[in-house]
Design a protein around this ligand. Structure first.
Ligand code: ATP
Ligand code: MN
Length: 534
């Protein structure tokens, strides 16, 4: 194997304030980063050769600790809310200095140049500075990888600096607690301190792209997965966390474009990322072969455990977190599209994991219903693990991605609405959640059946069947679907207590209506008419 030696951009790193370049690992290969992680005792290999790491105290994102610097650029453009929390510029300067001082005191650090956006017209170069080698490997897996030639002339547009070991003093730093992620559009920097959760880097870049693309480039950015059929027909899958974007886009019969973050331009769909970040909980080779087989050398498995006395992963073990994850480059999926740029979409799926067990497993939406559902962004999680608490917790997250959207949701909705009209796409709502009753009574829809429904929709097999209107949600439910027993299609049929179903449906409908109040004045009559009838 030939050793690759890259020239470190020393002058530029010095400008950041970094010193002593002999301790900076620049553009290390995945093999080197795995070795470095093992050497410092922060990882082990499993029996298939993937790197197993622990992210520490944080095993998920910390949305309450993500701040956006409020300055002349952002003051009037960012939609300040629970997810876009302002912080004064002076605190950015303080945290920045602390991070550089901290990094300068460490025995070694890792720096990598990479980029986001697979369409060269929108390429955004990123320089990532990490305290940990496994964070740097995550950046290698998840962002796009420049060629040697690209690196010769590489100029970073944005910097991500991540120091999980640096604990901030909230008083001094203007933060809520010891961990924080600070985004400065002026400095084009994301500072991550006090948390080792790798997803902060990924979703940090996603957040800024959700500003830059629609605001500066008139391009719609979306929290969705995407794949393309043999005839070049693209499908996109919107949905909040855990609804099935990653699982359902990994379809052996279709080429994967990406599992989480895309843009829709005038002439294509492109992926922002160069990798996937899949959930591992209850993973089996039988149900999710593509993801299971991606757990191999180069992949990073986060916060999972082995069966005692072995180095075999116990995918059912949620003792560290339910949110066990694996990151890997897109090429680990056998049928990934390269580069990840696809045709304009023919089908849009809104994925929801309805733990109330009300919504039909697949239904077709009118244009008005599509806008209504997009703005609502509904899913329902299973409530906490406290004994006896079984009531699902509804979440409404505008555009299926409120935590990552710096602009007003209306901006994304308007752009999507125009595109849906212009391109006459089919829009489907797919409930990957409960059937046969709510959580505690019924069961989650079988993955095999959800896949069959999506395949039928994509192959046009639902174009010729009869539909029935849902009495509350007004959506069109196909009366038959290849590979799916008909009784499953009508959720009410799967409940033993039909009255209970009707009541739950009305209750869920009322939650939608209540949530929509804040948008009602800004949408058309057609969208308003798509509200549930309770
Ligand atoms: P995130 O935004 O957090 O990455 P995601 O939308 O990509 O979330 P997935 O990683 O695809 O979500 O998670 C879906 C999970 O639900 C997987 O663990 C999958 O095995 C499980 N699952 C169970 N039943 C179904 C089903 N019918 N359809 C889809 N996923 C299902
Ligand atoms: Mn995902």
């Amino acid at each position: 194997m030939s050793e690759q030696v890259f020239v470190m951009p020393a002058t530029e790193l010095a400008k950041l304030g970094l010193k002593s370049f002999d301790k900076i690992h620049y553009q290390s290969s995945p093999e080197e980063l795995v070795q470095d992680s093992l050497r410092i005792g922060e990882g082990v290999l499993n029996d298939t050769g993937a790197l197993m790491i622990r992210t520490g105290e944080f095993t998920g994102r910390a949305p309450k600790d993500k701040f956006t610097v409020k300055d002349e650029l952002t003051e009037n453009s960012v939609h300040w809310n629970d997810f876009n929390i302002p912080i004064e510029p002076k605190y950015f300067d303080i945290v920045y200095k602390k991070m550089i001082d901290y990094l300068n005191r460490l025995p070694e650090i890792w720096v990598r140049d990479c980029y986001a956006c697979a369409d060269p017209r929108y390429q955004m170069n990123i320089r990532v500075v990490n305290e940990k080698p496994w964070s740097n490997l995550f950046a290698y897996n998840m962002f796009l990888r420049p060629t040697e030639d690209d690196l010769d002339s590489f100029q970073p547009d944005w910097h991500v600096i991540a120091a999980p070991g640096l604990k901030l003093d909230p008083k001094e730093c203007g933060t809520r607690q010891q961990n924080a992620a600070l985004v400065s559009f002026k400095h084009k920097m994301i500072l991550i301190a006090g948390t080792g959760y790798t997803g902060e880097m990924k979703k940090g870049i996603f957040t800024i792209l959700n500003y830059v693309l629609p605001h500066d480039k008139k391009v719609l950015s979306m929290h969705c997965s995407a794949n393309m059929g043999k005839s070049g027909d693209t499908a996109i899958f919107f949905g909040l966390s855990g609804t099935g974007k990653t699982t359902l886009s990994a379809d052996p019969n279709r080429k994967l474009i990406g599992d989480d973050e895309h843009a829709w331009t005038d002439d294509n769909i492109f992926n922002f990322e160069g990798g996937c970040y899949a959930k591992c909980i209850n993973l089996t080779e039988e149900k999710e072969p593509e993801i299971f087989r991606a757990i191999r050398p180069g992949a990073i498995v986060e916060n999972a455990n082995f069966f005692p006395g072995t180095n075999k992963i116990n995918f059912d073990d949620a003792s560290i977190t339910e949110n066990t994850r694996v990151s890997y480059p897109l090429s680990f999926i056998s049928n990934a599209l390269e580069p990840s740029v696809g045709h304009l979409p023919k089908n849009i799926f809104f994925l929801t994991c309805d733990a109330f067990g009300v919504l039909p497993p697949i239904s077709k939406l009118s244009p008005g219903q599509a806008m209504y559902q997009f703005i609502s962004g509904y899913t329902a999680k299973v409530a906490g693990t406290e004994a006896g608490v079984t009531e699902p917790k509804p979440t409404f997250s505008a555009c299926f991605g409120a935590p990552f959207l710096p602009l007003h949701p209306g901006k994304y909705a308007e752009m999507l609405g125009k595109k849906m009209q212009e391109h006459k796409v089919n829009v489907w709502m797919v409930n990957t959640g409960w059937t046969g009753g709510p959580y505690g009574v019924g069961n989650r829809m079988k993955l095999k059946l959800t896949r069959a429904m999506i395949t039928a929709a994509l192959e046009g097999k639902l174009n010729t069947v009869e539909f029935e209107t849902h009495p509350v949600f007004g959506v069109a439910i196909p009366k038959e679907c290849p590979g799916v027993p008909s009784e499953v299609l009508f959720t009410k049929n799967t409940w033993t207590d039909k009255n209970a179903y009707d009541e739950k449906a009305k209750y869920l409908g009322s939650l939608f209506i209540k949530n929509f109040e804040k948008y009602a004045s800004g949408v058309s009559q057609e969208v308003l008419a798509a509200a549930p009838k309770v």
